[in-house]
Design a protein around this ligand. Structure first.
Ligand SMILES: [Zn+2]
Length: 345
């Protein structure tokens, strides 16, 4: 196994080593404490405010966010020292993707009943706060990934949010904000590849970057699933209902390597949604836990071994059984831990 640590921390001035040097010296860092974190293990970004109150009857499994971290700690996949705490995303940061009007209305609770129905959430101060911390978390994961090679958040992947409105449980597009921020805050415009393997198409993200050559959007999704009206990603792979592990994995394996070779990103953002799972309430595909693990391992390892930094977010996953769901979401952190160890990071 190649030791990729050299690529990410010291040794020859590879493209990635240059990027890391840049992150440490000249990048306008969103998080000043970035270089002082003590743990050398896999960085896991989490904030206790990723969660907010929702009516118990609400179908969105809000309780999963703290439970993912609890499950990783309980199973000794990670220790508390590995946890990086993000800042809340400022209005200024969010405005790199979202319109001033939308941010003003969203933050101050001026969202109409009809707009609230489209998002799936009743407006509350708590939900604004959780979305802003979640977005700060994805930005921090991207920053840390540039420095350490790999990082995972315990939330994120709100890919249905558009610049001027929210949709499908997504109010702020954290992936788009992180990609735009990382692209703009470098002397050379960084190229960002967004690998979106949530079962739903990343329509908001595709729309936001449709005219942006420095961001490549790649989405593998179930064609018959939400959203009904798809946007055009740079590469869309629409799959049929009922797809199982083997065919799903060969689809991802057929595209990711050549995308990395041809687009040559400086950073990958990975939406590791678990809603392609057979038990998922909104899915329609038939992946198993093992299939999701193999998928995440393949994506993370393929990217890391090329010396490209990658930040993963958990994406969608729907079940009334929060413990089962949190365990499923923790698959990506488990796969990342294996990659971290095997690749000598
Ligand atoms: Zn989804």
């Amino acid at each position: 196994m190649t030791c990729v640590k050299r690529l990410f921390s010291k040794g020859p001035r590879s493209k990635v080593a240059w990027l890391i040097g840049e992150a440490l010296t000249s990048c306008r860092c969103f998080h000043a404490e970035l270089v002082r974190h003590e743990s050398s293990a896999l960085p896991v970004v989490h904030h206790s405010k990723y969660v907010c109150d929702l009516a118990p009857s609400h179908r969105f499994p809000m309780g999963k966010f703290p439970r993912v971290l609890q499950c990783l700690l309980r199973d000794q996949v990670i220790t508390e020292k590995q946890v990086w705490v993000p800042e809340i995303a400022s209005k200024d940061l969010l405005s790199c993707v979202h319109t001033e009007d939308y941010l003003d209305n969203f933050i101050n609770g001026k969202i109409s009943e009809q707009e609230q129905r489209r998002t799936g959430f009743p407006w509350s101060e708590g939900i604004v706060r959780r979305c802003r911390y979640e977005t700060g978390g994805t930005v921090l994961a991207a920053e840390v990934a540039l420095q350490r090679g790999l990082a995972c958040s315990t939330a994120g992947g709100t890919h249905h949010a558009f610049p001027s409105y929210g949709s499908g449980f997504c109010l702020l597009n954290d992936l788009a904000v992180a990609a735009k921020y990382m692209m703009d805050n470098s002397p050379t415009k960084r190229k960002v590849l967004i690998v979106d393997l949530d079962v739903h198409q990343g329509d908001g993200t595709a729309f936001i970057f449709k005219e942006e050559p420095s961001v490549f959007t790649f989405s593998v999704h179930c064609g018959k699933n939400f959203p009904l009206r798809k946007q055009q990603s740079d590469l869309d792979i629409s799959v049929e209902d009922g797809l199982e592990d083997k065919d799903y994995l060969s689809t991802v394996e057929a595209h990711l390597p050549w995308l990395l070779e041809t687009f040559r990103p400086d950073l990958v953002l990975y939406d590791a949604g678990v809603d392609p799972h057979w038990e998922d309430e909104l899915g329609r595909l038939r992946l198993t836990d093992q299939g999701l693990y193999q998928r995440d391992l393949f994506v993370l390892k393929t990217v890391v071994k090329r010396g490209v930094p990658i930040a993963a977010v958990i994406g969608g996953g729907y079940s009334r059984d929060i413990d089962r769901l949190a365990l499923r979401h923790s698959i990506v952190h488990r796969a990342a831990t294996q990659v971290w160890r095997e690749c000598g990071m």
